[in-house]
Write a protein that binds this ligand. Structure first.
Ligand code: IVH
Length: 678
């Protein structure tokens, strides 16, 4: 292709810019206003067009393009940045009385002047500082010690609620060089989904949404960050060029600039209104989709804020009111071990029952051996238990005063509490595992998981049924489910069972045989293979046999599958027991073929041309493989062609590929690329 003429280039540039604005506008509507105007499908199409236009004109790519949110290489260490205006913290108050004391101080210091407050929610997340230069996001940094923090710009760019580019129109055009402060957080449902995925793939769940947020912002690979449900809310704007008069005005400008601002902000005429608002949110905090740990009161006028000043790193013009923590103290009576379906051994605190945030609890997690050691938690201690959101309660610390003289550090057992077999801890991991695949705790867990709604969806095979059937030895493996019909009469004679209920269960089992291949794969409980990974594998390999035959290297050709997951899958299928399991599933007639057409895949956005005679596959097979992975096949070679697959005696297409410096590969390289064996 010849170079585009200047006019054509100008047209393309303006088309690209128009598309970018459209995408930005949809991002804003979707993420900030929660009011999408188009379907996800339409949005994906817009984005795809933009990606294609930009990839054929890389010289027109700008850092604020919506396509540039996830990019760059993983970082080893974050650069330290100084905060020219320190990031302060707030003093805390815990009662109405203390809030009134704060108001009295403000009143005295302002010497009888009139003043107003802004009452805001205190988001329970991680503080963030954003710097915009000429309207573009130039830096994002953590608070650190308040003076210096980490440069986490690449990670923050993946948060779609944060504009890469401020909306600068007539009345906001002077705000092109500003600093924005706010909080990164996760919604409760996003956090729960994330934790669920982690548990499914054998990773340690986060204790709460704040930890999940902090942990995510510290990840070294922005691609990973992009997958996490991070959100942002802004609460402060700093400008050297424009004088802002009040916090209220400040929030209004933030909103106009396209930044997310909380809707739960209120301008209050006096401390009574502040208290009323605060109490309201304390009792209604669960109605919000995210966690808050209190409210923040700020003197509205900036002039008065300046007059009040700052002492010891906290402003005198603002204060936090912390809600009563969902924490309580109780006695740690003992520590038991729980064995999960993949053999994870988790220490559980057995507590003196205590009422906490709406329910009585007598057990709480202690996470793992290191957690107990680092916090020096001992049996007999008075401990602090915490419930955050809907997460299982956790023991967070012990109270030194209450420690009995005889309390000794906890020694983590080396035997499985269920089967008595050895338990071991892998290097670099914090959890212990029970090695015995036949350990009944694992058997139960595996069957429950296999039968669960999101896997094989066998109605009626819940926890108590599984317990009963495993307990009497009718099921030792997930494949035994498909042989239960041989024990029909035996089942009917069991306690709590009859002809009808057995019939229902057997029917549900029969129905499960037509569940999609990806659900079966997920249900098999391979370590690190959660719902999403199972789907990716099913789409990529299309059949159980392809998958079982894949090498670790081939497995890694699936997008998002790294060495750990690949190793785990490969190990699973190398195990004789598991291969037998697969054969039993095959004879039971389960679905072993992928039934999912892919929309997007490893080859998405890539165009292939075939030339010469292919010896290891037919042209149709090659086309099918490319298309099934999201790629396109065209007839002629152009600069836009991603790759030419070259067979024997190639013709002019090969020469053209060389002339245009288009990537070429032979059949073997192609197989390697798509991860298929030949
Ligand atoms: S104002 C000087 N407003 O709470 C002003 N902070 O200890 C400092 N936070 O580091 C911050 N919601 O991470 C402010 N609406 C809000 C907030 C808020 C959460 C966090 C922020 C800050 C900490 C204060």
């Amino acid at each position: 292709m010849s170079k585009a003429s200047p006019t054509a280039l100008r047209d393309i540039r303006s088309e690209i810019e128009k598309l970018r604005n459209t995408v930005r506008n949809h991002d804003y509507r979707y993420y900030v206003l929660a009011d999408p105007a188009i379907s996800d499908f339409e949005y994906d199409k817009l984005m795809q067009t933009l990606v294609e236009l930009e990839s054929s004109h890389p010289e027109l790519i700008t850092p604020d393009s919506p396509t540039q949110r996830v990019g760059g290489q993983p970082t080893k260490e974050f650069r330290q940045v100084r905060h020219p205006v320190p990031m302060l913290s707030l003093s805390n108050t815990y009662s109405e009385e203390e809030l009134r004391d704060f108001d009295k101080r403000v009143k005295t210091l302002l010497d009888g002047e009139k003043y107003e407050y802004v009452s805001e929610l205190k988001f329970d997340g991680v503080a963030l500082r954003l710097v915009y230069e000429n309207g573009l996001l130039a830096l994002a940094a953590t608070r650190g010690d308040g003076e210096t923090g980490d440069d986490i710009t690449a990670n923050v760019k993946t948060i779609r609620m944060i504009p890469l580019h401020l909306t600068l129109n007539g009345d906001t055009s002077e705000y092109s060089n500003v600093e924005v402060r706010g909080e990164v957080y996760m919604n409760r449902d996003g956090f729960q989904k994330l934790n669920q995925e982690r548990e499914e793939s054998g990773e340690k769940p986060f204790a709460n949404a704040r930890n999940a947020t902090a942990g995510t912002l510290k990840l070294q690979d922005p691609k990973e960050v992009a997958k996490r449900p991070l959100r942002f809310v802004s609460y402060y704007l700093l400008s050297n060029e424009v004088r802002l008069n009040s916090q209220w005005e400040n929030l209004g400008v933030l909103k106009k600039l396209g930044l997310p601002v909380s809707q739960q902000v209120r301008l209050c005429r006096n401390i009574d209104e502040v208290i009323e608002n605060t109490q309201r949110w304390e009792s209604e905090r669960d109605s919000l989709p995210y966690e808050i740990d209190g409210s923040v009161v700020k003197v509205n006028s900036v002039r008065q804020q300046d007059a009040l000043g700052t002492v010891a790193r906290s402003p005198r013009w603002a204060i936090a009111y912390k809600f009563t923590a969902r924490q309580s103290t109780t006695i740690l009576k003992g520590i038991t071990l729980q064995v999960g379906r993949i053999g994870t051994v988790t220490p559980v605190a057995e507590l003196e029952p205590v009422f906490l945030a709406g329910s009585t609890i007598s057990r709480a997690t202690l996470h793992n051996e290191d957690y107990i050691r680092e916090r020096d938690i001992r049996i007999g201690d008075t401990v602090i238990v915490e419930k955050s959101g809907d997460v299982i309660p956790a023991v967070v610390a012990f109270v030194p005063d209450g420690r009995p003289a005889a309390a000794k550090p906890f020694k983590f057992p080396h035997k499985c509490p269920v089967c008595g077999g050895p338990i071991y801890r892998l290097e670099g991991e914090s959890a212990y595992y029970c090695e015995n695949y036949e350990c009944s705790a694992q058997v139960r867990g595996r069957i429950e998981h296999f039968a669960s709604r999101r896997a094989m969806d066998i109605e009626g095979m819940g926890e108590s049924v599984v317990d009963q059937l495993v307990g009497i030895g009718l099921m030792k493996s997930i494949a035994d489910i498909y042989e239960l019909h041989k024990h029909e009469h035996e089942l009917e004679d069991l306690e709590r069972w009859g002809k009808k209920s057995v019939g229902n269960l057997l029917n549900a089992i029969e129905r499960s045989k037509s569940r999609p291949f990806s659900k079966l794969l997920f249900g098999m409980g391979i370590r690190h293979v959660g719902e999403r990974t199972a789907q990716l594998l099913a789409e990529h390999f299309q059949s159980m046999d392809n998958l079982m035959g894949a090498s670790e290297e081939n497995l890694q050709f699936v997008s998002d599958i790294g060495p750990t997951i690949a190793q785990s899958i490969h190990r699973f299928f190398s195990d004789k027991k598991n291969r037998e399991l697969v054969e039993r599933f095959r004879s039971a007639g389960l679905r072993f073929e992928g039934d999912l057409k892919r929309k997007e895949g490893k080859l998405s956005g890539q165009t292939f041309v075939l030339t010469g005679s292919l010896s290891k596959m037919t042209r149709d097979e090659a086309k099918e493989m490319i298309v099934s992975l999201g790629g396109k096949v065209t007839e002629s070679v152009s600069k836009k062609t991603s790759c030419v697959i070259v067979g024997e005696n190639p013709g002019s297409k090969y020469e053209r590929a060389l002339a245009l410096k288009v990537n070429t590969m032979n059949e073997d390289e192609f197989f390697k690329l798509v991860g298929r064996n030949r």
